[in-house]
Design a protein around this ligand. Structure first.
Ligand code: BGC
Length: 647
């Protein structure tokens, strides 16, 4: 500018004009300089603050072809402490204050606690909810996708219209690892269709006490049965077709769950759930550890620590069991997640509890409510030395490795086209096969089963005869399950019986079994009786038995039919000592799920009975609990031992 002024020495009136021009030129130059700085900043050419800048699109961790460990280390090296702590938080989806928090706090994972559904509770509603959350997570500085977790404990049970497979206790009765692997594979496909890549299954608990309301979630009380089935389930969920891992499995609940003592629950509403497992290390190692070892050997991606205590200490605080035994001895390379709010049941307040749990080896904390104070607290804990940053790094490394292995960074999210896999014909046929294989024939006087084609009149009654909700049990659409036939696509046991009965057979149904008094005796009366759905401690009950209504149904059918076949739909063996004599045949079908036709298949001999009891069936309450070696509490023989099942 000085040069111009000198060169063109202006006249007086020109001076003003020249001054104005100089100011304009100065402003334009400043504008371009500022714009340049902004652009340089945006594209990270200027490194003002490394921690706040987004890595370039070709950063190593973003390269799908790079080895997983290299991607993990690259990403970890770019993370701030706050970002690392965010990854350790697992938040219940309804507890997220504002959806933008997912990226702002870099949350590691969200879950739908059972029953936490989208407003549009359909496959499409689930798909759009989960893919929306995933897209939001990718907006964080480093673009780390969230894991979205669901309790797919017997199929993608949250979603109306999904295939609901038998609960694990039924799968335990099949003893068929190949079948369990196929069931898990189908479950993974239905989860993937809704954008979910993490399931809180398989359940490897070993219920010694059938009064426990979670008995049905387990394959068996016997580690020799549960271990191979659990490993098969892990393979089925995790080993995808072409795309590698499809769904990250979670072996739960580590450890000793099922061995709690009656009336030891830390929850005042419950009797045994969340109770105390006696601190006998020999039993812990010989009985409870083998299924987890099998799952770890099968490559399970995550392990959930239980809500129970071992001795007087909650599992989430058990450093020896989590760090030394699971991660050390078993060589578990995945991440450890705590169960619902269990960390905060460690005494001492939220801060201390989280510090204890993470130091014990918990990598991801299922809060599930307060993520902001959690991150702030743990930041403080690192600053004051209560928590070593190397422990945080170890936890985040494990979480990131699972995310990369599950393909989360490289996937495109599913479109609506894939939703036809939910409740598909192929999956329902598989579920029906599983139902038939899980049915256990316990009594068959006079070979009343299989039902002959030429019978002319069959009467059907009982609380579970025409109720798909009861067949499915809990963890189906709602945490505590649903009642009735409104879930789309399912087949009730009654509908299955009607389908299988011969064309000359008249099938009549009265829920309470009060058939017309003057009618001729039915050839066969089928009582389909059992338990109402229940989940977790709400199913703890001192006397697991049939309801008065269902007992009356059996009595009515006895009076109105030549032969009585009883089908028990339940999450555990029931105490039936007094009713057994009235029954000509007895079949335990557990909680078969949406495909009631599978029960009819074995009743009518389309399929043979091959199921074997997954756990002993006690005669009376004095026999409970029953030790893993089959010894009952009072030393008397159970009504039917584990493994029993007529052919
Ligand atoms: C249960 C877990 C379940 C979790 C998330 C807890 O109450 O114990 O089995 O995975 O909730 O729904």
């Amino acid at each position: 500018m000085a040069r111009i002024v000198q060169k063109n020495k202006p006249a007086a009136h020109h001076v003003t004009k020249h001054k104005t021009r100089r100011v304009h030129a100065f402003m334009i130059a400043m504008f371009f300089i500022l714009l340049g700085i902004l652009l340089l900043y945006k594209f990270s050419i200027l490194d003002f603050d490394e921690s706040a800048s987004a890595p370039s699109a070709d950063a190593l961790y973003r390269q799908a072809s790079a080895p997983v460990d290299a991607r993990v280390e690259d990403l970890l090296s770019r993370m701030t402490l706050e970002e690392k702590l965010g990854q350790m938080a697992l938040v219940e989806k309804n507890s997220v204050d504002d959806a933008s928090d997912i990226a702002a706090y870099g949350l590691g994972a969200l879950l739908s606690g059972a029953g936490a559904k989208p407003n549009d509770n359909t496959g499409e509603g689930w798909r759009s909810m989960v893919t929306h959350f995933t897209a939001l997570s990718k907006k964080s500085r480093l673009g780390i996708p969230i894991l979205y977790g669901a309790d797919a404990v017997h199929g993608h049970g949250n979603v109306p219209g999904a295939t609901i497979f038998p609960h694990s206790i039924g799968l335990g009765a099949t003893r068929d690892a190949g079948l369990v692997e196929r069931v898990a594979r189908a479950t993974a496909e239905e989860l993937n269709a809704t954008g979910i890549y993490w399931s809180y299954s398989p359940n490897l608990d070993l219920p010694q006490d059938i009064r426990w309301g979670r008995t049905y979630e387990a394959f068996s009380d016997d580690p020799a049965v549960a271990a191979p089935l659990g490993a098969a389930y892990v393979r089925g969920l995790q080993v995808g077709n072409a795309s590698g891992t499809n769904v990250l499995a979670t072996a739960k609940h580590y450890i000793g769950a099922g061995g709690m003592q009656w009336r030891s629950s830390s929850n005042k509403n419950f009797k045994i759930d969340q109770g105390t497992t006696p601190p006998d290390e020999k039993i812990l190692r010989s009985t409870y550890l083998p299924p987890f070892k099998a799952a770890v050997d099968a490559g399970v991606g995550s392990v959930m620590v239980g809500l129970n205590s071992w001795g007087d200490t909650k599992l989430s605080a058990q450093k020896y069991l989590i760090t030394d035994v699971l991660k050390g001895e078993l060589g578990f390379k995945g991440f450890v997640v705590s169960d619902w709010y269990s960390v905060y049941e460690i005494p001492g307040g939220d801060y201390k509890a989280a510090v204890i749990a993470i130091n014990a080896g918990v990598d991801m904390v299922m809060l599930p409510f307060d993520y902001k104070p959690f991150i702030a607290n743990m930041l403080f804990a690192v600053r004051v030395g209560d928590l070593d940053e190397s422990r945080v790094d170890d936890a985040v490394r494990r979480i990131l490795r699972a995310k990369f292995t599950a393909g989360l960074f490289d996937r495109t999210e599913p479109t609506a086209d894939g939703l036809s896999t939910l409740g598909s014909t192929v999956h329902r046929a598989l579920a029906r096969e599983a139902v038939a294989k899980s049915s256990v024939l316990l009594k068959n006087s006079g070979a009343v089963l299989p039902i002959k084609k030429n019978v002319t009149r069959i009467t059907v009654a009982g609380s579970a005869a025409d109720n798909v909700g009861r067949q499915m049990g809990a963890w189906s659409v709602e945490w505590q399950g649903v009642d009735g036939n409104w879930v789309p696509g399912g087949t009730s046991i009654l509908a299955g019986i009607k389908e299988r009965a011969g064309s000359g057979t008249n099938v009549e149904y009265e829920k309470d079994g009060n058939f017309a008094k003057n009618a001729p005796l039915a050839d066969i009366g089928i009582a389909v009786v059992g338990e109402k759905p229940y989940a977790e401690g709400w199913g703890d009950t001192e006397y697991p038995m049939l309801s008065a209504e269902d007992r009356a149904v059996i009595t009515h059918l006895k009076a109105s039919s030549k032969k009585v076949v009883v089908v028990i739909v339940s999450g555990r063996p029931l105490l039936i000592e007094h009713e057994l004599g009235t029954m000509d045949a007895l079949v335990a079908v557990w909680l078969p799920g949406s495909e009631g036709g599978g029960v009819a298949d074995v009743l009518f001999g389309v399929k043979s009975f091959t199921g074997k009891l997954p756990l002993p069936w006690p005669l009376d309450s004095e026999e409970i609990p029953i030790a893993p070696d089959g010894t009952t509490a009072d030393g008397t023989a159970p009504l039917f031992p584990r493994g029993f099942g007529l052919r």
